[in-house]
Write a protein of this length. Sequence first.
Length: 515
Amino acid sequence: MTKDELIARLGKYEWNDVEFKKAQRGVPESAYETVSAFANSGGGRLVFGIQEKDGEYDVAGVLDVDKVQNDFLSALRAENKVNHDIQVESELLEIDGKAILIFTISEAPRQNKPLYLNGDIRRSFIRRGGCDHRCTMTEIERFLRDAAEERWDGQVFDFPLQEAFDEDSLKWYRALFDERNPGHDKSLSHQDFLYQWGYLLRQEGRLLPTRAAILLFGSSTAVHQMLPRPILDVQWIPSELGAPLPEIRWLDRIVFEDNLLVTWRELVARYMQKAEKPFRIDPHTLLREDAPPEYRVFREAAINLLIHQDYATHGFKAVIKFYRDTIQFWNPGDVFGNADALLEPGEKEVRNPQIVAAFRRLGLCEQAGTGMRMMLERWQALGHPVPEYENDRGRKSFEIRLPLTRAIPEVEAQEAQVEAQEAQVDFAKWQLDLLDACSSGEKSAKELLSIAGYKSRTGNFKKGLQRLIDEQILELTIPDKPNSPLQKYRITEFGKKLVAGRELDMNKARNGVDG
């Protein structure tokens, strides 16, 4: 930290990576709590010689530099002060003739967390905002679980095999697996297949499923017995990210409580319904075929959410929120390994290796070490603002935000207008009347019948209305319940462009004038 950087921070406040202490003649005990908090979180700088006065920070200076520095570093090397050696770098600055000591505390390796004080694991601390918080027992257990060599998803779950698995999930997975892995023995039974790939383990003469096996292929009963929380919560919210909550909190919401394969397939189906432009997804691979350009990034972010969760944490669930201007992915589980290497190529430590391997065998996510870089680069290449991500060690969470707001380049807007103007308009007069009517607001089926001049839903009316929906010119207001008595129809963005670009031709069509 340079002198200018320190002065700039003094004019602000302490935060998750900086803590100020007066420490003029000695080291306060609270400094060691900060060391524990920094080591258990993302690291930070502990600055001695700064005092708080009337809510502002002022340079007081360390009066006995040698004593304070030696006492602090010696205590950290003492046998009983901290449970593991930690990396500390120190530097000395002078401001207005006053000495400032700066200690940079590195984040501890996963295997050494939690770093605690005086031989008491209950004296483990974590950094949140500008404060050091004593860890709860749940947080301590999470640290110990992440530090263990045996991963949670590889542990057995004692559940009867005959009730453990969902047949459809296994069939779907194996069909795609066989396509992606030619030469593999397709005649294996489901049990032999799972045993071969390590999803069944033999203990005391019994075959038992791993936790990963239940999460991937488990029956609803097995999943609910093992995981007392949903897998994923997806919401469509009618406001911008950060805006006050609207009166209607969400336009649509779905909570997934079945296994990961069911969750993924249903999530893709819902994404298909909500997409702005039509596209196809291969029913076997769920990979895009003529998908919207954003699909690949969405797929990677969503699958990362599913495969990297801390499923042993039962107090939180993963959430995807579709705001008007942002797609937010929130994961109850921070980066498992070194967060600084997140964008670097190569294999990374993962929390759930069995689950990750299962998805990668199907080609449903990018190659190891490339996914995050692909998302950032591709999202910007599509013209969107820079994606943001936050690895919060204090709250043990990871969040990705994909901003949707973008200004369409003028040339792109002109091309869209030309495309709309050149579109072939071969609709009947009553269909054009429906477009006009829906341009002014949502309409019920009864209202559309009246506008079209029909007394009942004849076959001609049904086919004509369905064509407008199939061509993404009109859409249902309640797509999940097409027969709902509250169902209405509205014009799409494409339909608006079509109407605007073809207004003259539509008038000609209505008046029976040849083009």
